[in-house]
Design a protein around this ligand. Structure first.
Ligand code: DGL
Length: 264
């Protein structure tokens, strides 16, 4: 079976890494829309068109399921994609609901990081108003972070300065959870763990998304993939240097996982 993963750039790799860990008998196709990354600062109409074009080109690869490994793309196009294609499609949304539930006992606030476009969507407003009865959720767009991530900028000093500046007006003692609501952001989880006070939990949507994918594959009777965790990388610009970057970034994530497991 081949499962497609789609993102504007390298962010969806943070979700693919989880899939490779949990579903090693599937094969994967990873597509980055390099011609149009970043999505988060563009108009809804433009991004909708980019998504439709890119997913259409992915479908020629005979996918058995599709993961929209991008919160922005999900909020804009998941309903339309589900109408258009009959294969199982899993989307992502910022993990606000579990974060609010986890925080109920502590009375602390929740801080959601996501792209501007995600935070502007009616889908996000609807989600927050549904689950946030006590008004404890604050949202912060981090548009520069997608650029840093795409440039594989992991210099500690630069990134620390960036996060400190972004968070300077927040009293972090009031917060219990930070939600990473963009798939690019978990590339910085390790650094954020060091920068944020230790009482703050950091959550992202990867594990939940792969749990939903697993359930859906079982329902469609394709849980036993018969593959070996192979990944074919593609990008809309067709730039071989970008394919190398995707491979490097996935290695980076998987090595970090290994180190985390060894030290656990
Ligand atoms: N990785 C994406 C997300 O989860 C979008 C980043 C972007 O292209 O702005 O929202």
């Amino acid at each position: 079976m081949t499962i497609g993963f789609f993102d504007s750039g390298i962010g969806g790799l943070t979700v693919l890494a989880e899939a490779l860990r949990r579903l090693p008998t599937q094969d994967y196709l990873y597509m980055a829309d390099t011609l149009h990354v970043p999505y988060g600062t563009k108009s809804k109409e433009d991004v909708r068109n980019f998504i439709m074009q890119t997913v259409e080109s992915m479908m020629t690869e005979h996918l058995d399921a599709l993961v929209i490994a991008c919160n922005t793309a999900t909020s804009i196009a998941v309903a339309e994609l589900r109408e258009r294609y009959s294969i199982p499609i899993v989307g992502m949304e910022p993990a606000v609901k579990p974060a609010v539930e986890m925080n109920r006992a502590t009375g602390k606030r929740v801080l959601v990081f996501a792209t501007q476009l995600t935070l502007q969507q009616p889908k996000y407003y609807a989600l927050v108003s549904r689950v946030d009865e006590q008004g404890i959720v604050d949202s912060l767009p981090l548009p520069e972070l997608v650029y840093y991530c795409e440039a594989l900028q992991f210099d500690r000093h630069i990134m620390e300065q960036y996060f400190m500046e972004k968070l300077s007006s927040y009293n972090l003692d009031e917060y219990g959870i930070v939600v990473l609501g963009c798939t690019h952001y978990p590339f910085y989880t390790k650094l954020l763990r060091e920068l944020l006070p230790s009482h703050i939990q950091i959550v992202d949507g990867s594990a939940g998304t792969i749990r939903r994918l697993t359930a859906l594959l079982s329902r469609y009777g394709i849980a036993e993939g018969g593959g070996s965790g192979q990944v074919k990388f593609m990008c809309t610009s067709g730039d071989p240097a970008y394919i190398d970057k995707l491979q490097t970034a996935l290695h980076l994530l998987r090595n970090e996982e290994k180190t985390a497991e060894e030290t656990a």
